[in-house]
Design a protein around this ligand. Structure first.
Ligand code: ATP
Ligand code: MG
Length: 582
C-alpha cells in the first residue's frame, strides 16, 4: 500500500484551488449566488418586523398590500441565486474531476514498472474513478455549504445585533461549545474517510481479480473463497459508512441541543420586565426566528467537516500518487536507429519488491545483427534480462549497453523505440485486429499491416472472420485462441521494425506447423537486425548465432548449437531431456 505523504491540509487546499484557477468565472458566479441566497433569507426574516409592528398592528396598512409582491419577489430571487450557485459549482466541479482524472491517469502511465508490481490494479483504478470524484463532490459540497451557510449566519447575526444586541450576545455563549464539538467530530471523520477509501480500493481489487480469473475460479471451485474475500471487503465499506453515519447522527442533535440552550436563555431573558418594555413584538419575533433559523446553518457547518475531511482524504490519496517520481528519464542521447550491439557487463539485479538476487554478475556480448537465444530453466532469469534492455527496471550494479552507450544515457522514449518485444504474456487492446497490429506504428498503412500479418501467419486465421482485419476483439482479445493472440503480437512487433527484436516465448502456444512458418518469416526479418529469442523448445533456436544457457541468474554456458552439443554440458543435458526419449 502506498503510504500517504500529502497530508498537509492547507497545502492540499491551495493545490486543489490551483486546479480551478481557470474556472474563476464559474466560481465567482456560484459564490455570488450563495451569498445572495443567505442575504435573501436574512431579508425575509427582516420583513417580519414591519409586517408585525406596522402591518398587523394596523399602524401602516400599506405594508400588507406590498407584502404579497415582496414574498413573490423574494422567492424568485432565492430561486435565481440557488440556480446560479448549483450551476456554477457543477460546472467548476465537473472540470475539477476531469482534470484530476486526466492527470492521475497520465501520471500512472509514466510510473515505472516496479510501481505496478507493488500496487494492486484495483486500488489504482479506484483512485481514478472513486477518489477523484470524492474530491470534487466533497469539495463542491463543502464550498457551497460553507459560503451559503456562513452568509446566512452572518446576515442573521447582523440582523439580530441590529435589533437587540443584548439578546444577541447569547449567541457567543453557545459559539465556543459548538466549535469544540465540531473540532472533535472532524478528526474522527478524516480517519473514517481514509479507511473508506481503502475499503473501496479493496472491493475494486477483489472484483477485478474475480472478473479476470473467473475461469480459474470455476475450474478450481474457488467461489467460496472469493465470496468470503468479497464479503469481507464489502462489509468493511458498510462498516466504515455506518461509522460515518453514526458520527454525523450524533453530531447533529448534540449541536442542536447546545444551540437550543441559547434559545432557552433568550426566551428566559425576554421575559424579564425591563426587556419586555423595550422590545416590540416584531423585534422579539425577529430574534427568536433568527435563532431558530441559525440552527440549520449551524448544523450544516458541523456536517461540513464530513465533506471537508472526505475531500482531504481523497486529495491525500491522489496527491500522494501524483507526487511520486515517474520513471527516471535523465538520459539525453538520441539515436535515429541503433545498430543493435548489446552488452551486459557484470549485471547484478534484484526486483525492488524482493530481496532475492535474480541476476548475478551477468556478462553478455551480442554483436549487431546476431540472433541470440536465451535458454534455461523456468525462473532462471531470461525474461528479466529481456526487461532490462528497454530499461523497464534499473540494475543494481553493472551496465547494460546498447551500441556501447549505457541504456540510462538514452532518452527513454528513444531507447524504447529501438526494441520491438513480444512478451511472454500477450496483451491486446480492445479494438480491431488491424488497430492492434497498428498499435506499433500509427503511421503504418493498411498494406504494411497486411504484410506483417501475412508474415506472422495472422492472415490465415482471420480469413474465417466475417470482418477480417476489422474484427473487433475484446479487452484482452478474449475471443481469440492463445496462439492467435501470439501471432497478432508478433505481427505488431514486426510492424515496429525496430533494430532489436525480443521474442519471449513468442511462439510457445503455436502448433509445429504454424511455428515453422512464422519461424521462417522471423528468420528472414532477423537477418538484418539483432534478435533475442527466449525459448523452451530448443528445436526453434538451433540456428541461433549464439545460445546462452542461464541457471539461477548465472550464465552457465554459451556458444553455438554445435559447440554446446560437443561440450556435453548443461545445454546438452537439456537437449537430451527434450529429444532423448524420441
Ligand atoms: N515482477 C517481478 N517482481 C519480482 N520478482 C520477479 C518479477 N518477475 C520475475 N521475478 C522473479 O525473478 C526470477 C526470474 O524470473 P524470470 O521471469 O526472469 O524467469 P524466466 O527465466 O523468464 O522464467 P520462465 O521460463 O518461466 O519464463 C524468478 O524467481 C521470479 O520469481
Ligand atoms: Mg520468462
Amino acid at each position: 500500500m502506498i503510504p500517504d505523504t500529502a497530508t498537509n491540509t492547507k497545502a492540499n487546499f491551495l493545490r486543489l484551488l490551483s486546479y480551478v484557477k481557470d474556472r474563476k468565472i464559474g466560481l465567482i458566479v456560484a459564490i455570488i449566488g450563495m451569498i445572495g441566497y443567505g442575504a435573501v433569507d436574512t431579508l425575509f426574516v427582516y420583513s417580519i418586523k414591519p409586517l408585525i409592528d406596522e402591518g398587523l398592528s394596523g399602524k401602516n396598512p400599506a405594508v400588507l398590500t406590498y407584502m404579497p409582491i415582496f414574498v413573490l419577489g423574494i422567492v424568485l430571487l432565492r430561486g435565481i441565486c440557488g440556480f446560479a450557485s448549483s450551476y456554477g459549482m457543477s460546472w467548476v466541479g465537473g472540470h475539477l474531476v476531469m482534470k484530476i482524472q486526466r492527470q492521475i491517469f497520465n501520471h500512472l502511465m509514466l510510473m515505472p514498472v516496479s510501481f505496478f508490481d507493488k500496487n494492486p490494479t484495483g486500488t489504482l483504478i479506484s483512485k481514478i474513478t472513486y477518489d477523484s470524484n470524492q474530491v470534487s463532490t466533497a469539495a463542491t459540497a463543502s464550498l457551497v455549504n460553507l459560503v451559503r451557510e456562513s452568509a446566512t449566519i452572518i446576515g442573521l447575526l447582523i440582523l439580530m445585533f441590529y435589533n437587540s444586541w443584548q439578546l444577541s450576545l447569547i449567541f457567543f455563549v453557545i459559539g465556543p461549545p459548538v466549535g469544540y464539538a465540531i473540532n472533535l467530530v472532524s478528526r474522527r471523520f478524516r480517519k473514517i474517510s481514509t479507511n473508506l477509501q481503502h475499503a473501496v480500493g479493496n472491493v475494486t481489487t477483489t472484483s477485478e481479480q474475480m472478473l479476470n480469473g473467473h475461469k480459474e475460479i470455476l475450474s478450481f471451485g474457488g467461489q467460496p473463497k472469493e465470496e468470503a474475500r468479497f464479503n469481507s471487503a464489502s462489509n468493511m465499506i458498510r462498516r466504515q459508512q455506518m461509522k460515518m453515519a453514526t458520527v454525523s447522527a450524533i453530531a447533529n442533535p448534540a449541536v442542536q441541543f447546545i444551540a437550543s440552550i441559547g434559545l432557552s436563555i433568550v426566551l428566559f431573558a425576554a421575559s424579564s420586565p425591563e426587556l419586555v418594555a423595550e422590545l416590540s413584538p416584531g423585534t422579539f419575533t425577529i430574534i427568536v426566528t433568527s435563532m431558530m433559523m441559525l440552527l440549520k446553518p449551524l448544523r450544516v457547518i458541523t456536517q461540513l467537516n464530513n465533506d471537508v475531511q472526505r475531500a482531504m482524504a481523497a486529495c491525500t490519496s491522489l496527491f500522494t500518487v501524483m507526487d511520486m517520481d515517474t520513471e527516471t528519464d535523465t538520459g539525453s542521447h538520441v539515436t535515429k536507429r541503433a545498430k543493435g550491439k548489446i552488452n551486459l557487463e557484470n549485471v547484478e539485479f534484484k526486483y525492488p519488491t524482493k530481496n532475492e538476487i535474480v541476476l548475478k554478475s551477468i556478462n553478455l556480448n551480442i554483436e549487431a545483427g546476431q540472433t541470440v537465444a536465451l535458454v534455461g530453466r523456468s525462473g532462471s532469469g531470461k525474461s528479466t534480462i529481456a526487461g532490462l534492455l528497454p530499461k523497464f527496471y534499473e540494475v543494481q550494479s553493472g551496465q547494460v549497453l546498447l551500441d556501447d552507450i549505457p541504456v540510462q544515457d538514452y532518452q527513454l522514449k528513444n531507447l524504447r523505440e529501438q526494441f520491438a518485444q513480444v512478451s511472454q504474456t500477450v496483451h491486446l487492446f480492445s479494438g480491431t485486429i488491424a488497430e492492434n497490429i497498428g498499435y506499433a506504428n500509427e503511421n503504418a498503412s493498411r498494406e504494411e499491416i497486411e504484410r506483417v500479418a501475412e508474415m506472422a501467419n495472422v492472415t490465415s486465421f482471420i480469413e474465417k472472420f466475417e470482418d477480417g482485419f476489422d474484427t473487433v476483439i475484446g479487452e484482452k482479445g478474449v475471443m481469440l485462441s492463445g496462439g492467435q493472440r501470439q501471432r497478432i503480437a508478433i505481427a505488431r512487433a514486426l510492424l515496429k521494425d525496430a533494430p532489436v527484436l525480443i521474442l519471449d516465448e513468442a511462439t510457445s502456444a503455436l502448433d509445429t506447423e504454424s511455428e515453422r512458418k512464422i519461424q521462417q518469416a522471423i528468420d528472414r526479418v532477423c537477418s538484418d537486425r539483432t534478435a533475442i529469442v527466449i525459448a523452451h523448445r530448443l528445436s526453434t533456436i538451433e540456428n541461433a548465432d549464439m545460445i546462452v544457457v542461464l541457471d539461477e541468474g548465472v550464465v552457465v554456458e554459451q556458444g553455438s548449437h554445435a559447440e554446446l552439443m560437443a561440450n556435453q554440458g548443461d545445454y546438452y543435458q537439456l537437449h537430451q531431456i527434450q529429444f532423448g526419449e524420441k
